[in-house]
Design a protein around this ligand. Structure first.
Ligand code: HPA
Length: 275
């Protein structure tokens, strides 16, 4: 990890040449959730290709640019599109933007994703406020020599997602009449969806939703000492005894449909940050 600091500094310098503010929050938008950027009072838009050491986003529906400006009254850096392990990228590079957000001054990370729902009490289109996670990617962005200036060797994971922010998000959901549950997210490498036996296993070990992202970024954020709030949109129900064939177009359409509600939730959570 020792090489990361130079990369972070170069990326920060490139961003500061376009936008020289201290963000309160960094936001990573996942599948079908990109339109949150419409809420930003945009001050700078930077293509990932213009930022040293940022990767190229190859996933469908991931745009690939960093939007900086004011969101819900707060200075924020928003990643329109993220990187995934299944794209073949190392987790240290996937999580570099989180390090860069922290180095710019962000103390809060907001993450969102599309996920498969395994809790039979949940429904397609519902939002899950992530209260905890299970890392089943078989990899970890913190592997390697630790850079103590970035974070501790053995970061505590007793509360990776701020429970205060989970409660806040659920309270806002109730107020706005949005169906939201709290739940455990399990991350797998992908890119294939899971078999029935795998969904049965993932449910059995305590997960409510499954996806192919988010956990690496959250691990890096916790390592860096940031508060985290995370949301999943359930885009397909993954009940092993009633499993339907997955349809990626349908998954993206459901994520898009849920997007205004998630946007409202994220805006509500951020609006209370200032108070
Ligand atoms: N599994 C993994 N990732 C996903 C799923 C799923 O069922 N649905 C949306 N993202």
């Amino acid at each position: 990890m020792l090489h990361l600091r130079a990369q972070i500094e170069e990326a920060v310098a490139a961003i500061k040449s376009h936008w020289n503010k201290v963000p309160h929050a960094g936001v990573i938008l996942g599948t079908g959730l990109g339109s949150l950027v419409e809420q930003i009072d945009v001050e700078a838009e930077i293509e990932y290709g213009e930022i040293p050491h940022f990767l190229k986003s190859t996933a469908t529906s991931h745009r690939g640019r960093l939007v900086c400006g004011t969101l819900a009254g707060l200075p924020a850096m928003v990643m329109e599109g993220r990187f995934h392990m299944y794209e073949g990228y190392p987790l240290q590079q996937i999580t570099l933007p989180v390090r860069v957000m922290k180095a710019m001054g962000a103390e809060l990370l907001v993450v969102s994703n599309a996920a498969g729902g395994m809790n039979p009490h949940h429904q397609c289109g519902d939002i899950v406020v992530i209260e905890d996670h299970i890392n089943l990617m078989g990899d970890n962005p913190l592997i390697g020599i630790n850079d103590d200036q970035l974070g501790p060797r053995f970061p505590d994971m007793s509360q990776p997602y701020s429970l205060e922010l989970v409660d806040r998000a659920l309270r806002i959901a109730r107020r706005e009449d949005i169906v939201a549950h709290k739940g455990v997210f399990v991350a797998v490498a992908g890119p294939n969806l899971e078999t029935r036996a795998e969904y049965r296993f993932l449910r059995l070990i305590g997960a409510d939703v499954v996806g192919m992202s988010t956990v690496p970024e959250v691990i890096a954020a916790v390592h860096a000492g940031m508060r985290v709030v995370g949301f999943s949109i359930i885009t397909d129900m993954c009940l092993p005894d009633a499993l339907e064939e997955a349809n990626v177009e349908k998954i993206i359409a459901i994520a898009n449909d849920a997007e205004p509600r998630l946007r409202q939730l994220v805006m509500g959570v951020l609006a209370e940050e200032q108070a």
